[in-house]
Design a protein around this ligand. Structure first.
Ligand code: NOJ
Length: 741
């Protein structure tokens, strides 16, 4: 692509926002850099993993500590807690120039208090709650000596085989961008350097979520149009929200590893987007350019990474071993090295580490913050908001607390570790409430019995008879099934995303008792569970809901909390439909009648529609949409129109509806998806209450990248759709964009 086109595209995408650089810090960094040898500069680019991975007694670890003392290390990850961070920081301060270390950590969905996994939290569509959860995670981590989190992951992901769908905001660019902003604001607070905040990292730059066939670390091949339109905007949103750092990724993008990708890091990120923070590589991703077949050896990888704009090297030892020589031989310009070092030192000054290298590591604060009871209350709030009621036949839920018998069954019913999900920080975490415990403490007069039925993974059926007996004695069954925590996350790609082991068989045995069966499902990704979807009386998708998961699920089951979560990702019927998104293209042969698909873009053994669509999620009350008006049939490019409608709560419970606005550009120079999310609002209504809801539509909302990658809207007709889910559109309208004069 021509550079000019790219610059134009990026300039039109969103306004440029250079982070204001502070002249005073600038002078301090410059003065320090004048004193630094090339070796000391290279040291700032070297990041090592600490005790949590290496083990405190290994010789490898001892060598790392020696290097810290010599000023050969700029940052550590996997060191946490006030005592440890103080001990390690003290070593860095013994180095010639006393440059403090940066402590980074994967604080992904909580530190001490565990919040729902990011995909689950995204089902809340609640930006305040998401920001709050990131803020609390930051507050706890910062109190434990951590300066920097490797989050948020803003990769759009449309393939649930990929275990890392769990770590992001799902499949949609519009929703994902809003969540990226909320998370960055939550982690970083108002100002870097406040000791209740940490630096955020927008990762993994870029397109990692599109790894071929959902296999982790795999190649990515995509058009620039998809890249610009679907995958990059959440990164731009994170940058505009002030994200201090970016992490590049393991994958190649159109043949070039992201870590050595000049187009991504120099042209886009540090070029047209004018990013002033620094880029950290992913773990070993500099070294991995060798097996990729892009670098001849580690020395070559170091040169290619830094020249392409990757600043800090996480655990590849590429820069520390080879960069000094590369600068001497001219393969890397001093200017390039200086730029990388400048970016890192700037952040250390901004965090106040030169004034007080221990300012995040204060024992009394650590103790007080980790014990703050408001954090648990927030974890409960977010967990409740993230639960999705997928099905509720014959209003099986909510359950009554009157004198009845509830059999709680299943391998995950009393699980604790599984409620936390992957990517939690090792060590002393907040206690977890299991679903069984939650149900017991909320059950009122109801009598609760429990049968595990089978162990983790449900590999045997020996316990099924006892479970069936418990179900037979009960009035209603709550079956808790799903993935164990270690089946989602990094390196957890699966070709088969059905329920592991004999869990569907267990469901069938319980269902055969004739008792109503409510299924609570734990998972870090969309699973395939067709028998349960067809036959369960109710299904609550609970993701991995965190420390307060058991209470959150119980509140929903007994109706103390009316569920409002909506799916941030499509649930397929089978792996064969993947990748599947609501934002698909029409094709020249769209299916208009599922009964007649011959020579249509269809399968001969499955319908095209998903099991549960993006945006789906039920409530204990009903919402009626009516009275759509659009302020004008046509709009000039400089004008806006307002779309309004009435939303009424016609049921008996108070509840929250997440109303969704979709649009379709009917004819364009580049075909447009059949639906694109362009707005959403959470509306809380009492029974019988009605409110007028409005969305503003302007040219920006109608814009896309044309074949020249120029961002803009084309004159013509647009279909506007408002609904409760991407497959549950309640009202439709239209607007015409007039040509520019
Ligand atoms: C590899 C993962 O891809 C990345 O997301 C994470 O931050 C690093 N490891 C550090 O743990």
């Amino acid at each position: 692509m021509k550079k000019t086109t790219l610059a134009l595209a990026a300039a039109l995408l969103l306004p440029l926002m250079a982070h204001a650089q502070d002249a005073q810090i600038d002078r301090k960094v410059a003065a320090l850099m004048k004193q630094m040898t090339v070796a000391e500069k290279v040291g700032q680019l070297h990041q090592l993993s600490g005790r949590l991975f290496t083990g405190p007694t290994s010789s490898d670890y001892a060598a790392k500590l020696a290097d810290i003392r010599l000023g050969k290390v700029g940052s550590m990850l996997n060191i946490k807690g006030v005592a440890d961070t103080r001990e390690i920081q003290a070593l860095a301060l013994q180095s010639r120039l006393h440059i403090p270390l940066l402590f980074g950590q994967d604080v992904i969905h909580g530190y001490h208090t565990v919040f729902p996994v990011p995909l689950g939290e995204s089902a809340s569509w609640d930006m305040e709650a998401i920001e709050q959860s990131a803020h609390i995670a930051a507050r706890e981590a910062a109190a434990a000596g951590i300066h920097w989190t490797f989050a948020p992951m803003v990769d759009i992901a449309r393939d649930p085989r990929w275990g890392r769908v769990m770590e992001g905001a799902g499949e949609d660019t519009f929703l994902g961008s809003a969540i990226a902003r909320a998370r960055v604001h939550g982690f970083q607070g108002k100002q870097l350097g406040a000791t209740d905040s940490v630096m955020a990292t927008a990762k993994h730059f870029a397109a990692y979520g599109a790894a071929v066939a959902g296999r982790d670390y795999n190649a990515v091949d995509m058009s620039n149009q998809q890249l610009f339109e679907v995958y990059l905007p959440p990164f731009k949103a994170a940058l505009d929200a002030g994200a201090a750092t970016f992490m590049n990724s393991f994958n190649t993008l159109n043949g070039i590893p992201a870590t050595g990708n000049l187009f991504l890091q120099r042209d886009i990120l540090k070029g047209s987007w004018n990013f002033k923070g620094f880029v950290v590589s992913d773990w070993g991703s500099v070294r991995e350019m060798v097996p990729h077949g892009y670098a001849a050896d580690l020395a070559d990888a170091s040169v290619k990474a830094i020249n392409a704009g990757s600043d800090m090297d996480m655990e590849s030892y590429a820069h520390i071993k080879h960069l000094e020589d590369a600068v001497k031989s001219g393969k890397v310009k001093m200017k390039t090295l200086d730029d990388a070092v400048y970016r890192i030192l700037y952040k250390k000054f901004e965090l106040g580490l030169f004034d007080d290298p221990y300012r995040y590591s204060v024992a009394a604060r650590e103790k007080a913050v980790l014990a703050d009871p408001s954090h648990r209350a927030a974890a409960l709030d977010v967990a409740q908001k993230s639960l999705v009621l997928l099905k509720n036949a014959a209003k099986t839920l909510p359950l009554s607390r009157a004198a009845q018998k509830i059999a709680v069954i299943g391998p995950l019913a009393d699980a604790k570790r599984d409620l936390e999900g992957g990517w939690v920080v090792e060590g002393d975490r907040a206690p977890v409430v299991s679903i069984l415990e939650g149900i017991r403490s909320h059950a009122g007069k109801a009598e609760v019995s429990y049968a595990e039925a089978c162990g983790a993974g449900c590999t045997g059926t020996e316990g099924f008879d006892d479970a069936v007996a418990a179900a037979t004695r009960a009035d209603v069954v709550v079956l808790v099934v799903g993935e164990t925590w270690d089946l989602s996350g990094e390196a957890k790609s699966r070709t088969d995303i059905t329920l592991p082991g004999h869990q569907e068989q267990l469901f069938a045995a319980l269902k055969a008792t004739g008792k109503p069966v409510v299924v609570v499902m734990l998972a870090g990704r969309p699973l395939v569970f067709n028998t349960i979807a067809d036959q369960a009386d109710a299904i609550v998708y609970a993701w991995f809901p965190g420390s307060e998961g058991g209470n959150a699920v119980a509140n929903v089951l007994f109706g103390d909390y009316n569920p409002s979560g909506k799916l941030p990702i499509t649930f397929p019927r089978s792996v064969g439909q993947i990748p599947l998104s609501y934002a698909q293209y029409s094709t020249g042969r769209p299916v208009t009648d599922e009964k007649n698909v011959v020579y249509k873009s269809a399968y001969i053994d499955s319908v095209n529609t998903p099991r549960y669509a993006f945006g789906h999620g039920l409530s204990y009350t009903d919402f009626k949409y009516s009275g759509l008006t659009i302020s004008s049939k046509a709009m000039a490019p400089s004008q806006q129109v307002t779309l309004s409608f009435d939303l009424a709560n016609t049921g008996k419970a108070e509840g929250t509806e997440i109303v969704q606005l979709y649009l379709r550009d009917l004819v364009a120079s580049v075909v447009r998806p059949v639906k694109e999310l362009k707005g959403f609002q959470k509306v809380h209504l009492l029974p019988g209450e009605q409110r007028r809801v409005s969305f503003t539509i302007d040219r920006e909302l109608l814009s896309f990248f044309n074949s020249q990658l120029v961002w803009g809207a084309e004159a013509g007709d647009f279909k506007l759709m408002v609904g409760s889910a991407s497959d549950d559109i309640r009202l439709e309208g239209a607007v015409t964009l007039l040509p520019s004069k």
